[in-house]
Design a protein around this ligand. Sequence first.
Ligand SMILES: O=P(O)(O)OC[C@H]1O[C@](O)(CO)[C@@H](O)[C@@H]1O
Ligand SMILES: [Fe+2]
Length: 191
Amino acid sequence: MALNTESVVADFNLLTGLSKSKESTKRNLSRMKGMFHDDLSFDELVNSESDPLVYEFYELDIPQTAGDILFGTSIVYPGKVGGEYFMTKGHFHTILETGEVYYCLSGDGYMLMENPEGDWKIEKFEPGQAVYVPPRYAHRSINIGEQPLVTFFAFRADAGHDYGTIETKGYRKLVIEKDGKPEVIDNPKWK
Ligand SMILES: O=P(O)(O)OC[C@H]1O[C@](O)(CO)[C@@H](O)[C@@H]1O
Ligand SMILES: [Fe+2]
């Protein structure tokens, strides 16, 4: 197989995570129907606040072949839906045996992980902290702060994304604000 020979350069602002030269993929709240536990608050926010931007990320133009590495930044904005913090959809990789590394550039949050066997883990994101997501674990970034949560990620380029499992089953756990602090609770909607 012919290997990729193209080098890639990208600029990512340390505070905002944004690039001046690349186009991001944006996920507004309406793209996350059913993912937050409180459907009523979800509908209200989508309709009343003109569908806020929950997160955006960069998918660079790197071949998705074995031996290549996909990398970019992911930016989760501050906000809540019925007490549940703004977060990414979360996904397994199609090649389930894929690890991924995230390095927090700015903001305050968590990486929530779970595997098909039902084990789950949560790790703190704060600037300078790297989190390793082990193979077989779905992963979701959660912003518990007042500023954007900015992380840099890298994983094998041929891993693919499996969104269907999370979209149909949900996550076992969710993170909500209680008495001004984040708390991990069982997801009442988990199937
Ligand atoms: O795939 P989600 O959960 O929508 O979140 C997107 C993030 O995950 C990644 O796929 C990396 O795992 C990035 O492309 C992006 O930062
Ligand atoms: Fe991933």
